[in-house]
Design a protein around this ligand. Structure first.
Ligand SMILES: *Cc1c(COP(=O)(O)O)cnc(C)c1O
Length: 375
């Protein structure tokens, strides 16, 4: 039996992407243009948020949010110790210092109870990152941030259209950021989004996105801004994706349910915990080894399992390294973050992944788990 290659992620481009892209091209509006405005309007409406700003990617979305809030030199921003690194990198990029906060051992997301002890006179914001489709405990985070006078920035790159108490992730704090990279739930190739309910913040961010230029006085720059704009070509893809939003979300729900049903009760692993308030749009399925040995042993076993999956053409991804493991961030160790980092594997997750393919992935995973069982 030969095994076809199963990628870890793949964009769903089965709608009007090609027609709308050609339309944008033929219109000659290839930088800014009407698809950008349409995408912003449609995303704002879909998420019940006042302002949505399309930007060049999910990383510049974070930089724009931080700059919009006035965060810079000498400031500190609390970020999860377990995260994709863009949040920490953009805190560094604006001249501030990321401070790693440990994560909840079951949801793997920023633990609100650990914010206050990390907060000092220079702390300006807390930046929860909603990983894999899950949403952090936003009531507790916003309450803690409110009492400490911190702004809340949600990195929602992996939780687009996930909900918390029936409100969309990214719309719960002061500002939310999203990615539209090829692997993300809605894609424009490269692309990002910043959302807020705050009119003044939205105006400041619009200005910063466009060189800091005064909107009524061409070539007069009120602040030293940047170019964070998305192109009309890219936005056309996003508009086509939104036409199929319901299908894309339904397919991710099916995949999540299939994986959960198939992996429920499998010995040696546990799944990410989603609290009752969260209605997730799964971004990437994950499993965690329950192996209790030391972290380097667990990490080595995890890597062996990933290699065993790859042998049969199944691409997987490991957990992110904890921030504290990479010296440039100068973060104190976060024990739960380090444990999650060493022990999780993410199998293929993308719209169109069939139930038969999910069976194939799970069979192989169970085989590899048994073959590397703790002695
Ligand atoms: C993908 C991702 C980003 C970065 O988005 P890009 O569009 O690739 O720049 C930021 N944060 C998280 C959590 C991500 O998963």
């Amino acid at each position: 039996m030969t095994h076809s290659f199963l990628p870890w992620a793949k964009p769903n481009l089965l709608g009007n992407e090609k027609a709308m892209l050609i339309d944008a091209l033929e219109s000659s509006w290839i930088s800014g243009g009407p698809y950008v405005e349409r995408l912003e309007r449609e995303l704002a409406e879909a998420m019940y948020i006042d302002h949505a700003l399309a930007v060049s990617n999910g990383t510049t979305a974070l930089e724009l949010a931080l700059r919009g809030l006035g965060i810079g030199q000498g400031d500190e921003v609390i970020v999860p110790g377990f995260t994709f690194v863009a949040a920490a990198n953009m805190v560094v990029a604006v001249g501030a210092t990321p401070v790693a906060c440990d994560v909840d051992p079951e949801t793997w997301l920023l633990d609100a109870s650990k914010i206050a002890p990390l907060c000092g006179p220079r702390t300006k914001a807390v930046l929860p990152v909603h990983l894999y489709g899950n949403v952090a405990d936003m009531d507790a985070i916003c309450e803690s941030a409110g009492s400490l006078g911190l702004a809340v920035i949600e990195d929602t790159a992996e939780a687009t259209f996930s909900r918390y108490k029936n409100r969309f992730a990214g719309t719960l704090g002061d500002v939310g950021t999203f990615s539209m990279h090829a692997t993300k739930t809605i894609t424009t190739g490269e692309g990002g989004l910043v959302v807020t309910h705050d009119d003044a913040l939205a105006a400041d961010m619009r200005k910063l996105r466009d060189h800091g230029m005064n909107p009524t006085k061409r070539y007069w720059h009120d602040v030293a801004g940047h170019n964070f704009r998305l192109t009309n070509l890219q936005a056309s893809l996003g508009c086509a994706q939104l036409e199929k939003l319901d299908e894309i979300l339904a397919d991710r729900r099916r995949i999540h349910a299939s994986y959960r049903a198939r992996l429920k009760g499998v010995e040696g692993i546990r799944l990410q915990r989603f609290n009752a308030e969260v209605d997730p749009v799964l971004w990437a399925m994950t499993v965690q080894l329950t192996d209790t040995r030391d972290l380097e042993t667990v990490r080595a076993r995890r890597d062996t399992i990933m290699a065993g999956m790859a042998e049969q053409g199944i691409e997987t991804r490991p957990g992110f390294y904890a921030l504290s493991m990479m010296s440039q961030y100068e973060c104190l160790p976060s024990p739960h973050a380090m444990h999650v980092s060493a022990s999780i594997i993410s199998p293929p997750t993308f719209p169109g992944l069939t139930d038969a393919e999910i069976d194939r992935v799970c069979d192989r995973l169970i085989h590899c788990l048994n073959a590397t069982k703790q002695g």
